[in-house]
Design a protein around this ligand. Structure first.
Ligand SMILES: CC(C)(COP(=O)(O)OP(=O)(O)OC[C@H]1O[C@@H](n2cnc3c(N)ncnc32)[C@H](O)[C@@H]1OP(=O)(O)O)[C@@H](O)C(=O)NCCC(=O)NCCS
Length: 186
């Protein structure tokens, strides 16, 4: 259920944020949805994340609710020739889960991707057991892409294996869905 009452902002990563990375990336309850293997230790997890997100073809934002940093989001694998990128969101402060913030943040990020980065398609991969993330993608209008078949299934905390789900949305579909959403508000 969406109960957003506070303002969501995205801002660049600053030096002071690295202590928060330690907290968020060290929390197995958060990380089980983000990496396919449990982190060996906090530094390893941080290095994994930064390996992906500190490259030139990536852009990362800190998510703030009012002035409180609650997580990290951004794009990786930005392909400037195909105008495609992969997006990701991690709300590290768990008390902010399930209140509509993830969907709101994703909207900001998708708008940024299509309008500022001039992307024409945004992709995303979700572990099959990540109910909140699957629902968030559905609410945003993502479609499930034909299964890529390359990645092995991911194990949940009970040892059950789940296929990863690959979502995609084009700028054309996003624009149509936004127009419909606006017309429903009248
Ligand atoms: C995934 C994540 C970004 C989603 O953000 P969020 O703010 O929690 O999600 P929202 O509140 O916008 O939407 C969650 C939806 O899941 C639904 N949901 C939650 N638990 C559910 C359950 N057990 N069964 C069915 N639906 C459920 C909520 O009801 C809501 O849908 P609704 O608005 O239709 O009621 C956030 O939970 C998070 O960062 N999780 C940890 C890291 C992660 O999973 N990152 C994504 C990796 S792909």
């Amino acid at each position: 259920m969406t109960t957003i009452a506070k303002k969501v902002f995205l801002r660049p990563v600053e030096e002071k944020d690295y202590s928060l990375f330690k907290k968020w990336f060290g929390d197995l309850e958060v990380m089980k949805y983000v990496v396919s293997h449990m982190p060996k230790d906090i530094e390893y997890t941080k290095a994994m994340w930064l390996k992906d997100y500190s490259k030139k073809n990536a852009i990362v934002f800190i998510i703030e609710i009012d002035t409180k940093p609650i997580g990290i989001c951004g794009f990786k694998n930005i392909d400037n020739e195909m105008n495609i990128a992969t997006f990701g969101i991690t709300i590290g402060e768990k008390e902010f889960w399930n209140q509509g913030y993830g969907t709101e943040i994703a909207r900001l990020l998708i708008d940024y991707g299509f309008e500022e980065l001039k992307l024409c398609q945004i992709n995303s991969a979700v572990f099959g057991f990540n109910i909140r993330s699957k629902r968030m993608h559905e609410k945003l209008g993502f479609e499930i892409e034909a299964k890529k078949g390359n990645s092995p299934p991911t194990q949940d905390e009970n040892g059950k294996l789940w296929d990863d789900i690959y979502f995609t949305i084009s700028k054309k579909d996003w624009d149509i869905k936004q127009k419909i959403a606006r017309s429903n508000l009248r």
